[in-house]
Design a protein around this ligand. Structure first.
Ligand SMILES: Nc1nc2c(ncn2[C@@H]2O[C@H](COP(=O)(O)OP(=O)(O)OP(=O)(O)O)[C@@H](O)[C@H]2O)c(=O)[nH]1
Ligand SMILES: [Mg+2]
Length: 376
């Protein structure tokens, strides 16, 4: 996809410090070298291909629009406690001065304004979702993800996009969850590339009885693998709470992805209600953070069945679980030594984190906005 034109935004208003704060927010840059009254330079840009035009005085308006006749957005930033009439007059003045009566001026609204106004208003939230939308449409955002990299794609096309300096600082928690004997510990060992780390063996009794964590680095990303006992066993209710508490405590350190481990050769009655139990334990949004990790990929191979055929033909209840988890799934064969399966998993994880980072940046800027604009 080719890169398209930059996003251009005009920021206007009578208060220099508000314009400066908004420009900083939009560009994700501090305009600190400029003093409050020294907003002389008429345009600012950042590496994210957003260009902001402004002017120190209302008199320079014509120049701003002469230099940049067709901006994507023309914003008017107003003070908290603004008067509706004054802003109406300002919008009227802007139309007159720019000799473009059809031009749309959007008033950036301080937090807490619930009134309806005779002019178009954006909250900071709306402004940033509009900017993100524009950037995505034009393929400009560094956080932009192609559909193939989105969570849900089980066949990522790009070669480990997460393996870059940008992500290496974030430690992601991968929590292995599932019923006893499904292969949680074996899958943990596959991810860690060390067969003996977590105890994994055939047994008629649960093998793992306590949560365990082991850290590693995969392709430059710091990863913490958390192995757990079966927390879905109704007969173990008393200890389940403690295991869930432990997982939550471990996951406070960073982003968390739940790996719901299931066996391709068996879908048990106990697994039918597994998502409900997962939600009870970790909250209603848990499935947005879940990837289904199917083990015993070799069994499918032996049966001459592809992973796609397995998913297409599996029981309706299992299909529902797969759907509800956004079709994020990966197939492991824990007795195999290849690293492809881990790479595939990490690409799905990376897609999920990118989505979260985009939201995080956006939320972060909203909070910063509240702070910097003095609107709280
Ligand atoms: N062939 C094959 N065997 C597997 C696979 N994954 C797990 N197993 C075997 O299944 C058995 C149980 O695996 P574990 O990793 O101990 O399962 P678990 O989910 O950790 O079980 P608990 O700790 O009891 O909850 C072990 O004998 C593993 O070697 C796989 O992908 N292929
Ligand atoms: Mg185990």
């Amino acid at each position: 996809m080719s890169r398209c034109k930059k996003i251009s935004v005009v920021v206007l208003g009578s208060e220099d410090h508000l314009k400066k704060a908004l420009i900083s927010l939009i560009l994700e840059n501090e305009l600190s070298p400029l003093s409050k009254t020294d907003l002389k330079k008429d345009n600012y840009r950042n590496e994210n291909d957003i260009c902001v035009f402004t002017c120190a005085a209302w008199d320079d308006l014509r120049k701003v629009f002469a230099d940049n006749p067709d901006p994507d957005m023309s914003l008017l930033v107003v003070n908290k406690g603004f008067s509706k009439d004054t802003v109406c007059q300002q919008v009227e003045h802007l139309h007159k001065e720019t000799i473009e009566r059809t031009r749309e001026f959007i008033v950036v609204q301080p937090f807490g304004c619930k009134e309806s106004y005779p002019f178009k208003c954006y909250t900071i939230d709306q402004l940033f979702s509009e900017l993100i939308q524009l950037a995505n449409d034009r393929n400009l955002m560094p956080t932009n993800t192609s559909p193939a990299d989105q969570p849900g794609s089980s066949t990522p096309t790009s070669a480990s996009p997460m393996i870059d300096g940008k992500h290496s600082g974030t430690e992601v928690n991968l929590v292995l969850l599932g019923m006893a004997g499904t292969g949680k510990s074996a899958s943990g060992n596959t991810i860690l590339r060390k067969k003996e780390t977590f105890t994994s063996k055939p047994s008629s009794c649960p093998v793992t009885t306590e949560c365990q964590e082991v850290k590693t680095v995969i392709g430059g990303r710091r990863v913490r693998v958390i192995d757990t006992p079966d927390i879905f066993d109704d007969e173990m209710k008393s200890s389940i709470k403690e295991h869930v508490r432990k997982v939550k405590e471990l996951c406070q350190s960073g982003p968390c992805v739940y790996l719901l481990v299931m066996h391709v050769s068996r879908f048990t009655d106990g697994e039918r209600g597994i998502l409900k139990k997962l939600e009870t334990a970790f909250g209603s949004k848990v499935r947005e953070q879940t990837v289904i990790l199917f083990t015993r990929g070799g069994d499918l191979e032996q049966g001459g069945m592809s992973f796609k055929e397995f998913l297409d033909d599996c029981q309706p209840d299992l299909q529902k679980i797969v759907e509800k988890c956004g079709r994020r799934h990966v197939l492991f064969e824990n007795s195999a030594s290849g690293s492809d399966q881990v790479e595939t998993l990490m690409q799905i994880v990376d897609g999920m984190l990118k989505k979260k980072e985009t939201y995080g940046t956006y939320k972060d800027r909203r909070i910063k906005g509240q702070d910097r604009m003095g609107w709280d």
